[in-house]
Design a protein around this ligand. Structure first.
Ligand SMILES: Cc1cc2nc3c(=O)[nH]c(=O)nc-3n(C[C@H](O)[C@H](O)[C@H](O)COP(=O)(O)O)c2cc1C
Length: 430
């Protein structure tokens, strides 16, 4: 994104959730955006333009025609084409809430008020946050309008399900502030919502395998790579189910409303949580460092300290990636191979490639964990993406950038015609 503040035109239409747009305007400004608000006539019945003027520091716009329309050529004429100037200068047109009526007007190219005219005149990306009664949302007319809008490259965030103002329970609630803001920023940064409408399962962090009530076997995984993947997938519009082992890093759920977090401790718990989601997910990315072995028996009490050697019998845990590979139907499966490659990168990559085949994965992310500057517990990573046709090294970058590169590669394999294949080697990613 360019360094000057993002210019967001916030459109508000006449639904019961219009009052939430005031908080949204405040949050967008807090995040560094310059916000101008346009209200439909009916939006003004739900919330006063004065509220937005006070929050944004600029008058909220409500009318296409000013009271005394100036003549062409007069000094005032420039201000009468305010809608064109606004439309041209915006980085994003965000409409929240978007009513069924407004979406119908947008879908059919009506330009009968300031907001719909600006919509037609803007070259900026357009993002809608619809909110309405469930019946209205499901109505074939609304579905057709959304389909038209999709063809016109308009994006929207799926409304949330829950209790609605009308007393019904179902889809139609305005998406959460976090979801709207995350998607708005993803659009401003030029990221397509190429995972919209898809469910992505991500595992993250280590697992802990108990020895007794106080001790356990675990590993050094911090969960950062998996959490970055969850954030990246949410930014691209996915519904994310993040199954996380015990970690101390902040949960991405607070900033990305479209992430559902399931916390687990052991490999067996992670596997159990994964099966229920795997059945209906579109993509599974297994970034967790699942313990390969667990104590064959675990005491429910703390074992006393012994003065002599103590042998611990270990048994293998379930191999979640291999099992997902066996059960795979429509899902795209991404595995991680953390290999110790000190001095012998070629064999380490070969081991990762063998895992890709043995586990029936579609893409393998190879990590050299013998490097101390990347990987475990680090903010950055450098990986090699291995697919059945070849491999590509990605230079060191932040884990969020790496996460987007992994998703780019997955999407390129899933939809070869739609996206270019993995970004050229050695070019900085994003
Ligand atoms: C109390 C009340 C609440 C409404 N809430 C919604 C709503 O949440 N979503 C919606 O699509 N329409 C809602 N409507 C209907 C819209 O206000 C109506 O379709 C209006 O024409 C929308 O105008 P606009 O899209 O130009 O702002 C509501 C109407 C009333 C009276």
């Amino acid at each position: 994104m360019k360094s000057s503040p993002a210019r967001i035109l916030l459109g508000v239409s006449g639904g019961i959730a219009a009052y939430k747009a005031a908080e949204l305007a405040r949050r967008l400004i807090e995040r560094g955006a310059r916000v101008r608000v346009i209200l439909t006539r009916n939006a003004c019945r739900f919330i006063s333009p004065l509220t937005f003027a006070a929050l944004t520091g600029s008058p909220a716009l409500t009318r296409l025609f000013t009271a005394a329309a100036p003549m062409a050529g007069s000094d005032d004429f420039a201000s009468s084409v305010e809608h064109i100037r606004l439309a041209q200068s915006a980085d994003l047109l965000l409409i929240a809430p978007a009513t069924a009526n407004l979406m119908a007007r947008l879908a059919h190219g009506l330009a009968d008020d300031l907001l719909t005219t600006v919509y037609l005149a803007t070259p900026a990306p357009v993002l809608l946050a619809p909110a309405m009664n469930s019946q209205m949302w499901r109505h074939p007319a609304t579905r057709e309008n959304l389909e038209r809008l999709r063809r016109h490259r308009v994006e929207w965030i799926e409304p949330e399900s829950g209790e609605l103002a009308c007393g019904m329970v179902g889809p139609g609630r305005l998406p959460s502030m976090e979801a709207i803001i995350a998607r708005a920023w993803a659009r401003l940064e030029g990221r397509a919502a190429d995972l919209a409408g898809q469910t992505v399962l991500i595992t993250a962090g280590p697992t802990r395998e108990p020895i007794d009530a106080a001790r356990f076997i675990s590993n050094r995984s911090s969960g950062r790579m998996g959490y970055s993947l969850a954030q990246a997938a949410a930014e691209r519009g996915a519904h994310v189910v993040l199954i996380s082992g015990p970690v101390v890093i902040d949960s991405p759920v607070a900033s990305h409303g479209e992430i559902e977090l399931i916390r687990v401790t052991t490999a067996a718990e992670m596997a159990a949580a994964a099966w229920s989601v795997y059945e209906h997910c579109d993509m599974a990315v297994l970034a967790a460092a699942v313990a390969d072995f667990r104590p064959a028996t675990a005491s429910t009490e703390k074992l006393p300290k012994l003065a002599h050697d103590w042998e611990l019998k270990l048994e293998p845990t379930i191999d979640i990636l291999a099992e997902m590979g066996r059960r795979k139907r429509h899902q795209f499966l991404v595995g991680f191979a953390a290999e110790w490659a000190a001095g012998d990168e070629t064999s380490a990559r070969a081991r990762a490639r063998a895992k890709l085949r043995a586990k029936n994965a579609d893409l393998m992310v190879y990590n050299n964990i013998s490097r101390t500057d990347i990987g475990f517990d680090q903010e950055s990573n450098a990986i090699v993406l291995i697919d059945p046709e070849g491999e590509r090294a990605l230079p060191r970058a932040s884990k969020l950038e790496i996460a987007h590169a992994i998703l780019d590669a997955a999407q390129a394999r899933r939809f070869p015609a739609r996206t270019p294949i993995i970004i050229p080697a050695e070019t900085p990613i994003r």
